[in-house]
Design a protein around this ligand. Structure first.
Ligand code: CP
Length: 332
């Protein structure tokens, strides 16, 4: 059922950014995720990783990511070992090299979340990966959130089918007072969706620019794959005739070390909220997506996030199946 050459190539591979995997490899990961979802729903055992260990190293909080990895590892017959970066020797300055060499000698993969400091997380993961003899998996960094966007692509395909050509996704900034959220979800979305047939419209107020490197990749992908990538400065233009809307907050690259300044600035844009009026501009069959957690009443109104367009719970569930697929492919 699965291409054996691709499966063999993925064994032992890192999954740090979706761009590190070919289209065929992403397709295979999604096919396996669908198979694992079917097995999970039907109580069919799928212990593909008996007696394996994965280390989960967190520099930031999590609900979905931690629990999809822990539950997913158990369901695959493996064990997920949680490490709080604050209580590990990393907080005393232990090097990523020592971390990579030592943890990979104890188990079969190292997964890392380090997403709140632009310029830090991805660099650390790549350094750990350089010294690790086992795969390194990115549970969200400053650049990409490859497990989230893979689950998002799975959710979009479940709704619209495999061929997404001509469909429009609006990736929009939205107001949130809770904290300066990482930039990696919108960046991951513009980089991945332009590869898989979707026309992407990015919307944000001028200060909330995404990293130049990720914009360049999205532009290149759109050229290579015959999709569209456009930028607007208001939600209305992004939402008009959209098939998929993904409004969420993110921080300002230069202000992550001064989050209060970013939050202060963002208060000028409280009208960037996804509400029923905006959803009326989208196609009738459109879906509302959010990686969660959402700032209800700020990023989105309750009637939209709990309404008929919303696929947030399907999207969150797919984090489990895509996570299991990547672990099974890279750790076996
Ligand atoms: N979407 C997501 O990554 O959720 P958590 O921050 O709860 O892991």
């Amino acid at each position: 059922m699965f291409d054996e050459k691709i499966v063999a190539d993925l064994r032992g591979r890192d999954y740090i950014e979706t761009k590190d995997w070919s289209d065929a490899e992403i397709d295979l990961a999604l096919d396996l995720a669908a198979d694992l979802k079917f097995k999970f729903h039907n109580g069919i055992p799928h212990r593909l990783l008996p007696d394996k260990t994965i280390f989960l190293l967190f520099f930031d909080k999590s609900t979905r990511t931690r629990n999809s990895f822990e539950a997913g590892a158990t369901q695959l017959g493996a064990h997920a070992h949680f490490i709080d970066a604050e209580t590990s020797q990393l907080s005393h300055g232990e090097s990523p090299r020592d971390m990579g060499v030592i943890l990979s000698s104890y188990g079969h993969a190292i997964a890392i979340r380090h997403d709140l400091e632009p310029g830090k997380g991805n660099t650390l993961m790549r350094e750990v990966a350089h010294y690790s003899s086992r795969p390194v998996l990115n549970m969200q960094c400053d650049i990409d959130h490859p497990f989230q966007t893979l689950a998002d692509l799975m959710t979009i395909r479940e709704r619209f089918g495999h061929n997404l050509r001509g469909l429009k996704i609006a990736v929009s900034w939205a107001y949130a007072p809770s904290y300066a959220k990482p930039m990696s979800v919108p960046q991951g979305l513009i980089m991945l969706m332009t590869r898989f047939g979707l026309d992407v419209t990015l919307a944000h107020p001028p200060e909330w620019k995404l990293m130049k490197s990720t914009m360049k990749i999205a532009e290149q992908n759109a050229r290579q794959h015959g999709t569209k990538f456009g930028i607007v400065d208001n939600m209305e233009d992004a939402f008009r005739d959209a098939d998929i809307v993904y409004p969420k907050s993110w921080g300002i690259e230069e202000l992550f070390s001064r989050p209060q300044e970013a939050l202060e600035l963002s208060r000028r844009h409280k009208d960037w909220i996804c509400d029923r009026k905006l959803m009326k501009l989208t196609k009738k069959h459109s879906i509302y997506m959010h990686c969660l957690p959402a700032d209800r009443g700020n990023e989105v109104t309750n009637d939209v996030i709990d309404g008929s367009h919303s696929v947030i719970y399907q999207e969150a569930e797919n984090r489990l199946h895509t996570c299991k697929s990547i672990m099974a492919l890279t750790m076996s």
